[in-house]
Design a binder for this molecule. Structure first.
Ligand SMILES: *Cc1c(COP(=O)(O)O)cnc(C)c1O
Length: 390
């Protein structure tokens, strides 16, 4: 039978995997208006609440007035603007690396960096739960993909003995986006040294949140110097948009020459660069410390509450808190029922997570109040009981 678009959509729908977007009015704050109703936002990566911070907004507006609304072209074509360089210098200093290079998004970074480093004849060792943009970068590179079981560095050691060849790259999320656990970076660094491999960490969920002054997961685990490419994003805790690679000066030069998403795409505009710059500065101030502390307190309160209510949540300590449910259909029923109760939490299904591990993925924000969280736990428990999940 001819596979029509309609058949294909039916098939997705029948498997409980149809996706659609929900309309949010106003800002991405702890409470939002979703389809006209006031709901508690429990699925945003705006962990520190910086997405509507007045300092970022003012910086962004001032940049538009001074530099206009667009960068006009790729940086290799119409030139790097001052703000690109200032932001790169700020990121390099923040991450304590020689240099940094900006990318237009985390997705663009991963699909640009990985093919810039490896190709046919090379091997990439990738955690099974790595973000889709990493997997896409590897596929695009043409290098051999060797996936290792989640965080299983003993198994990775065996796989490297067997398969390391040409240039080897180990790549891992710093904080796993759908599980909320932290990668064993010290062990990965040891394997990288043993095999003369490169190590890349995608810290989209660690940057701004973990480690001293929010420098990220590599800083937290004391291995910053061993990570050849620390990639991170401005769109999550930093409340802006875009991404960076914190690297050596040599590596930066290679990426400028080889990363196609850098070369062939119009660069980030002044408004975005200025907001990112303000955010990188802000997270290193006492206000940043205060926000991280509040995020920690909120996270602990929420995690403890869900455990006490009897939910099975994977071990971890970060602001990403999943309840693993299994069935995609039940997961979406749970998510829909929560929305009726005034809680906006996203159900996550394949292909974002492996088959049979559909889940509700909750994220904490520093700007949630104690009462918000207590009320949320109560309602999550009630809906969980009703659906027989707990
Ligand atoms: C969100 C995310 C990305 C993509 O970053 P964007 O800036 O949103 O494109 C990449 N990697 C991980 C682990 C992420 O969670």
């Amino acid at each position: 039978m001819n596979r029509t678009i309609q058949n294909e959509l039916e098939d997705i729908r029948n498997r409980g995997l149809l996706r659609s977007t929900r309309l949010i009015s106003g800002r991405q704050t702890a409470r939002v208006t979703c389809n006209g109703h006031d709901v508690l936002l429990l699925c945003s990566n705006n962990y520190l609440g910086l997405a509507d911070h007045p300092v970022l907004a003012a910086a962004s507006i001032a940049a538009i007035e001074q530099f206009g609304t667009s960068s006009g072209a790729s940086r290799l074509v119409s030139g790097t603007m001052e703000l690109h360089e200032r932001l790169e210098a700020a990121v390099a200093s923040f991450k304590k690396r020689e240099a940094a290079l900006l990318f237009n998004s985390g997705y663009a970074a991963n699909t640009g960096i990985i093919p810039a480093l490896v190709g046919r004849g090379d091997v990439v060792f990738s955690d099974r739960l790595n973000h889709a943009s990493i997997v896409d970068g590897i596929l695009l590179s043409g290098a051999r993909l060797v996936r290792y079981p989640h965080n299983d560095f003993a198994r990775l050691a065996l796989l490297m003995e067997k398969h390391a060849k040409g240039r080897s790259l180990i790549v891992s999320d710093g904080v796993f986006s759908m599980d909320g656990d932290i990668a064993p970076l010290a062990e990965l660094a040891e394997l990288k040294r043993k095999h003369g491999a490169l190590l890349m960490v995608d810290d989209a969920h660690g940057c701004g949140v973990l480690g001293e002054q929010g420098r990220g997961s590599a800083e937290l685990l004391g291995v910053g110097g061993d990570v050849d490419i620390q990639m991170g994003t401005f769109g999550k805790a930093l409340g802006s948009f875009g991404a960076y690679a914190a690297v050596s000066a040599e590596m930066r030069e290679l990426l400028i020459n080889r990363a196609r998403s850098f070369i062939f795409s119009t660069s980030l505009p002044p408004s975005v660069l200025a907001a990112s710059l303000a955010a990188v500065e802000l997270v290193q101030t006492p206000e940043g410390d205060e926000l991280r502390k509040q995020l920690c307190v909120n996270t602990r309160f929420f995690r403890d509450g869900l455990k006490e209510a009897g939910f099975r949540i994977p071990d971890g300590s970060t602001q990403i808190v999943p309840i693993i449910i299994g069935s995609a259909v039940t997961t979406m029923q749970f998510s829909d029922a929560l929305l009726e109760e005034g809680l906006f939490a996203q159900g996550i299904r394949p292909p974002t997570v492996p088959e049979g591990t559909s889940r509700l993925r909750f994220t904490m924000m520093a700007t949630h109040t104690h009462a918000d969280i207590a009320g949320a736990v109560e309602r999550i428990r009630a809906v969980g009981r009703r659906l027989g999940v707990v």
